[in-house]
Design a protein. Structure first.
Ligand SMILES: Cc1ncc(COP(=O)(O)O)c(C=O)c1O
Length: 444
């Protein structure tokens, strides 16, 4: 496999186009596709397609591949596990990889208290179960989450998601008793220039308890420490510590959704560690398990024991292959210096994006935490009108030239980086060059 971009055909190539025709014929239009490229092989931070073209991957399967594609120890662990047993169901017999992973997550999740962990298959499924656990433990029904937040697409998780289009169109009614509050998005709030305005201050929660829902009815506040799908928005440093304090005062649980921000992406195992907050529950998935389907809810032991016997579970939750992969992947994040590497990648990306911002007026804002870096594209720096079409054009020019990269944000105008943390400096620089050329073309 090449160490960098190699393009042998037009993009998408003929075999990718053939597969795309089958995709359109046999799968529903509701699943969007960032690119029409069909992959035959992946390694580290590179993807090779069915036509023999090699791309640099800054999407990482939407933030699921922090340890890189086919990380050696992960594939070995999966193969060894496959030789022993594939599926048993943790509700039928015990098996060690499930328990070892629960033990590991209880050790590494933030919080100096006794914890327990339950495993599921997807981020959304873990979110749905966190709602059940919070309600069962507190005996309360309401949940507070954030505008622009994303927690998944199952009916429960979707209710918490704070963006209507496209996720909620035509599929409601969703879970009742969910209250969305504004996420402190200082770039877009003209009133937040000196300090957070009233709506973006943690104190706004108290206003919500006065005017919309009694604090005594709220089971949990759930938040992404850094917005993922919402556009990589980083809150002011003290924000979540204060939210947590208000939760504590009112007997409300604080849940951190680390599905996208966890496992090294921001330079810490969990993004919430940057803010010195110990959540009552942490939701993990994606990069926890090196490319296999797995999620977890880890929380205070007494909270996790809230639901009655039989109220939690699922046939495949904590599948042995995924648990074995996760144990190997977490080891890699902790022992192979990926946390420090995330800081380096983040600092370099931030520097390069800021330099691009000086040259390209279309870049309104550059922001991020660790290797979770983004640029927000606007048609006008004063009005901050989202440059939605130009962003789509930049993404297309990028993949046509060998870089696969994602957008995010309510206006689909934020370009974000979720590259595997094993990416080399050379591959990073190649990616910057492709992106900058695409930005130049979009601005022209
Ligand atoms: C922060 C966050 N929470 C939850 C989810 C849902 O995870 P899944 O797609 O595995 O259901 C996502 C997915 O992107 C996410 O980014």
């Amino acid at each position: 496999m090449a160490g960098s971009i190699v393009l042998k055909t037009e993009i998408p190539g003929p075999k990718s186009r053939d597969l795309m025709r089958l995709v359109e014929e046999h799968t529903p239009r509701g699943i969007g596709h960032v690119t029409p490229i069909a992959i035959a092989h992946a390694e580290g931070a590179l993807l090779t397609d069915v036509d023999g073209n090699t791309f640099i991957d800054w999407a990482g399967g939407i933030g699921a591949m922090n340890v890189g594609h086919r990380a050696g120890d992960v594939t070995t662990a999966i193969k060894e596990q496959a030789d022993a047993y594939l599926h048993l169901c943790f509700m039928v017999t015990l098996y060690e990889p499930y328990v070892r992973l629960a033990q590991k997550l209880n050790e590494i999740a933030p919080g100096d208290f006794r914890k327990k962990t339950i495993l599921f298959n997807s981020g959304s499924e873990a979110i749905d179960n966190a709602i059940k656990i919070a309600r069962a433990y507190t005996g309360r029904h309401a949940i507070v989450s954030y505008e622009r937040g994303f927690h998944g697409r199952t009916v429960g998780a979707l209710a918490l998601t704070g963006q209507f289009k496209p996720y909620k169109v035509g599929v409601g009614p969703l879970l009742a008793d969910v209250y969305h509050i504004p996420f402190p998005y200082t770039y877009r709030c003209g009133d937040c220039v000196e300090m957070p305005c009233d709506r973006h201050s943690p104190e706004y929660l108290r206003e919500v308890f006065r005017s919309r829902i009694a604090a005594e009815d709220v089971a949990a506040v759930i938040a992404e420490p850094v917005l993922g799908e919402g556009g990589f928005v980083v809150p002011p440093p003290g924000y979540f510590a204060e939210v947590k304090r208000i939760c504590e005062e009112n007997g409300i649980l604080f849940i951190a959704d680390e599905v996208q921000s966890g496992f090294g992406r921001t330079g810490r195992l969990f993004a919430v560690e940057h803010f010195g907050v110990e959540p009552d529950m942490v939701i993990t998935a994606k990069s926890m398990s090196g490319g296999t389907s797995l999620s977890a809810v880890t929380g205070r032991a007494e909270v996790m024991d809230g639901p009655a016997l039989g109220a939690l579970g699922g046939t495949y939750g904590g599948n042995p292959l995924a648990c074995a992969a996760a144990l190997a992947a977490i080891d890699i994040v902790q022992k192979d210096g990926l946390l420090a590497r995330a800081e380096e990648i983040g600092a370099r990306t931030m520097r390069r994006f800021r330099a691009m911002q000086e040259k390209h007026a279309i870049i309104g804002d550059v922001r991020g935490l660790g290797a979770m870096v983004a640029m927000e594209l606007v048609t006008d720096r004063k009005t901050k009108e989202p440059a939605t079409e130009a962003t789509a054009a930049v993404l297309r020019r990028c993949y046509e030239n060998g870089l696969i990269i994602l957008k995010s944000g309510a206006g689909s105008n934020v370009i974000r980086t979720l590259m595997p943390l094993v990416i080399t400096d050379k591959q990073l620089e190649e990616g910057f060059a492709v992106l900058e050329r695409a930005l130049g073309e979009a601005s022209a």
